[in-house]
Ligand binder design. Structure first.
Ligand code: ZN
Ligand code: ZN
Length: 426
């Protein structure tokens, strides 16, 4: 620490002033969740807040995406990202501000319950707070803040839609991109990690063709059930025989559909697969191995048509840049002390990295704890974390309001100032 107060200390001296509106805003967001690509009320509230803080606001990027820009002299441009969407989950937290909202989803006319079960309401509230604090104390730093609020993280295409809708032209040159996620863990802690942090996820629908016939006359058929069964067995060798044991990868066949009746051989089978990998090379080789095996098994069965492949629900891997992460880690250690921790590798997936990848800039993504500290430590002591601490997407996922909001807000400010707080750092 230097003898004069750091930029972060100056900017965060006002954290207490943000707290009342942030807590109200957060509870309101939590009670009024919106599904992916329908974050209309949230986007309007975000735009209004950003304007109030003095940001130049561009709404409607990629649908409901919002970008606020604050130019404050020479220096780096730092992009801070929050995601906005909620999930079709029925809230069971019992909180006084629990959601009872419903909405229609997809093609169904039947409304589904909606809940901020992934904590994106925390992310939005923290980024608005950080944006406001940085605007109030612009004498303490120099450069540009880009506050980005993206739709539809849960579908994996919200970031991509903003990119495709001209994001680069809106934000201009950017030097670094930063994002965070609230997770199960002691509230008040922040966890960083270099290298792979979240997996890539790919779902694939595979349709294979057989020849239908009477169940008693297999000689007239190409049986798609047997074909699908051979594919499922052979796919087990992709991870076990083709991927190095030191490289994590998962290939799950989550669904098989074929046939209608015991004495009818059907004419096709549809398999749905999910693949998790942590780097682009492994990702590409596993997806290619699936195609190779399916094509070969169809030939082995003398299938009358080519198999069809459809990729969906795709998320890129999140691989934190070493130098960027080290800079944030050092700043966090200085500000948070022993509450700055190492984030374990997460098997979940995110589309955040689509933004820095498209902009051609390095990034880092960190976690903040959202669980009541006493409850978390008691669960660790009892060995019941998996059972007693609700995870993201659970109907019981309920981050404690504080110190979670203070921590997420501070983390964004501290990380951004690791670039903006030093004029010579560019
Ligand atoms: Zn989620
Ligand atoms: Zn999430």
């Amino acid at each position: 620490m230097t003898s004069s107060p750091s930029a972060a200390t100056t900017v965060l001296s006002d954290l207490g002033g943000c707290r009342p509106w942030q807590e109200d805003f957060y509870r309101h967001l939590h009670q009024h969740p919106e599904l992916s690509h329908r974050e209309h009320e949230m986007a309007a509230a975000v735009a209004e807040r950003l304007r109030g803080s003095g940001y130049e606001v561009t709404p409607g990027i990629g649908g409901t995406g919002v970008v606020g820009i604050l130019r404050n002299g020479d220096g780096p441009s730092v992009l801070l990202r929050a995601d906005m969407d909620a999930l079709p989950v029925e809230e069971a937290t019992g909180l006084p501000y629990a959601s009872t909202a419903t909405a229609t989803a997809g093609d169904s006319a039947e409304p589904v319950p909606v809940m901020h079960a992934c904590g994106h309401d925390v992310h939005v509230t923290c980024l608005l707070g950080a944006a406001d604090l940085l605007a109030r104390h612009r004498d303490a730093w120099s450069g540009t803040v880009v506050a980005l609020f993206q739709p539809a993280e849960e579908l994996g295409d919200g970031a991509r839609r903003m990119v495709d809708d001209g994001l680069a032209g809106v934000v201009g040159p950017v030097d670094v991109a930063l994002a965070q996620h609230v997770l199960p863990g002691v509230a008040g802690t922040v966890g960083t990690r270099s290298g792979a942090v979240l997996s890539a996820a790919d779902s694939m629908r595979v349709t294979v063709h057989g020849r239908g016939a009477h169940g008693s006359m297999p000689q007239a058929a190409v049986d798609p059930v047997v074909l699908a069964a051979m594919i499922v067995v052979r796919l087990q060798t992709v991870v076990s025989r083709e991927v190095a044991p030191t490289t994590p990868a998962v290939l799950t066949v989550g669904s098989i559909q074929s046939g209608t009746k015991s004495n009818v051989i059907g004419d096709r089978a549809v398999l749905e697969l999910n693949v998790r990998t942590f780097d682009e090379q492994t990702r590409a080789s596993v997806l290619e191995a699936i195609r190779r095996i399916v094509v070969a098994e169809c030939q082995a069965s003398d299938a009358p048509g080519e198999p069809e492949f459809e990729l969906f629900d795709r998320f890129p891997p999140t691989v934190n840049d070493d130098a960027t992460t080290q800079r944030v880690r050092t700043a966090f250690a200085e500000h948070f002390g022993e509450l700055a921790t190492e984030l374990p590798l997460q098997s979940a997936s995110e589309d955040f990295s689509d933004l820095p990848t498209a902009l051609g800039v390095p990034y880092t993504y960190w976690g903040i704890g959202g669980t009541d500290p006493d409850a978390y430590r008691a669960a660790v002591e009892a060995g019941t974390v998996a059972k007693d601490v609700p995870v993201n997407h659970s109907p019981c996922f309920a981050p404690v309001v504080q110190p979670t909001l203070d921590t997420g807000t501070s983390a964004l400010v501290v990380a951004a100032l690791a670039w903006l707080g030093h004029r010579a750092a560019r």
